[in-house]
Design a protein around this ligand. Structure first.
Ligand SMILES: [Zn+2]
Length: 357
């Protein structure tokens, strides 16, 4: 079954982790043997090859770079211009992947339909992974002219915040409103018909955003606070607000967001009982809140700075997502519900959003 993954940091992995994603997951692991600079060295689960194997034929792929102001202890660039340049390097990598047929950028309805036709059935041929370009955290948007330029480069979704305080909104583990800069950004997002990614907005910024923003909104990788009580997850009230706006919420596979009491660097997926069934619990919670299967999707984040040490125990590579349809079927989900969750919800969202442009 075709899978739509609404959140992967592919270019970040290529450029900051120095991973050649055109090779297999195993090859990447081998090259990282003995490396200790990052916790997920030698434990990665994502490559373009693995995506193809798992029929993850379409994804939302990010550009990501933080501007760390003086006093902000989070890693990042010391000026918005440096952050901007970093995202442009990431875009250059996506373009290189397009040039060799590994990926293809999707920015409109015609391209989306062509790509889905290409992924119909099993042709035995190597097919490019379709990607919708997104920006995670908007600090690198130096000015609204930069946002316009990004749109022209294919940007179609944007999350104002990431972790901590940002230029346009406050993110995970911080608190504060969106201010005038945030409101100006939201107006531009709406004017350009970009998709607003509500993921990572802290509660205050989330609700202020909902007050002023009327354009399309989704949450690319976000789990349920009722199941894991931390500000990174959405409360039921936030999920209901998103459902009311026809949003789709992608379920993230970062273990600490899936089960309570995860301790980074100590807990293991096995001992904590984190599996794809745990993801199904979050999916189920969204479906129960909405009373249907129209608002849950997949947004794995499987290459978001963690690997096998911090993802479901039954994931070796992202290709293992192909076990999810059967798992949902055994939990009583119909074929139609499963297709909605695996790809149709996000595809319908894009159809709706792009029909007007
Ligand atoms: Zn994220």
């Amino acid at each position: 079954m075709l899978i739509f993954d609404a959140h992967l940091d592919l270019a970040m992995n290529a450029l900051e982790w120095n991973r050649d994603l055109t090779t297999s997951v195993q090859t990447i692991r081998k090259r990282e043997e003995g490396m200790t600079d990052k916790p997920d060295r030698g434990k990665n689960t994502v490559s373009l090859q693995a995506l193809r194997k798992g029929k993850v034929g379409i994804c939302v792929a990010t550009q990501i770079a933080r501007y760390s102001k003086i006093g902000n202890s989070l890693p990042g660039w010391n000026s918005p211009q440096q952050a901007r340049a970093q995202t442009q390097g990431q875009l250059a990598w996506y373009k290189e992947m397009e040039a060799i047929g590994e990926m293809t950028q999707i920015t409109n309805l015609a391209q989306l339909d062509d790509h889905l036709a290409l992924w119909k059935g099993d042709t035995g041929k190597k097919r490019p992974i379709g990607y919708i370009l997104s920006l995670e955290g908007a600090d690198s948007i130096v000015s609204m002219e930069h946002l316009q330029t990004s749109y022209e480069h294919g940007l179609r979704a944007i999350g104002p915040a990431h972790y901590g305080p940002g230029t346009y909104a406050y993110g995970t583990n911080s608190s504060g409103g969106i201010g005038n800069k945030g409101k100006e950004l939201l107006r531009e997002i709406e004017r350009l018909n970009l998709i607003l990614d509500a993921t990572h907005l802290c509660d205050e910024s989330f609700w202020e955003t909902m007050d002023v923003y009327n354009g399309p909104v989704w949450a690319s990788h976000n789990n349920c606070r009722t199941l894991v009580n931390h500000n990174r997850q959405f409360s039921d009230e936030q999920i209901k607000e998103l459902i009311g706006r026809s949003a789709v919420i992608g379920m993230a596979l970062d273990a600490w967001m899936m089960v309570p009491d995860w301790v980074r660097g100590q807990s293991t997926p096995e001992e904590m009982g984190v599996s794809l069934q745990t993801m199904a619990d979050h999916i189920d919670h969204i479906c129960q809140l909405s009373g249907n299967s129209h608002h849950a999707g997949i947004g794995t984040d499987l290459d978001g700075g963690f690997g096998k040490e911090q993802c479901p125990a039954d994931i070796d590579t992202i290709a293992d997502l192909q076990t999810v349809p059967t798992l949902l079927a055994t939990r009583g989900y119909s074929r139609e519900d499963i297709e909605n969750i695996m790809h149709k919800n996000f595809l319908r969202f894009l159809h709706r959003t792009w029909k007007t442009t």
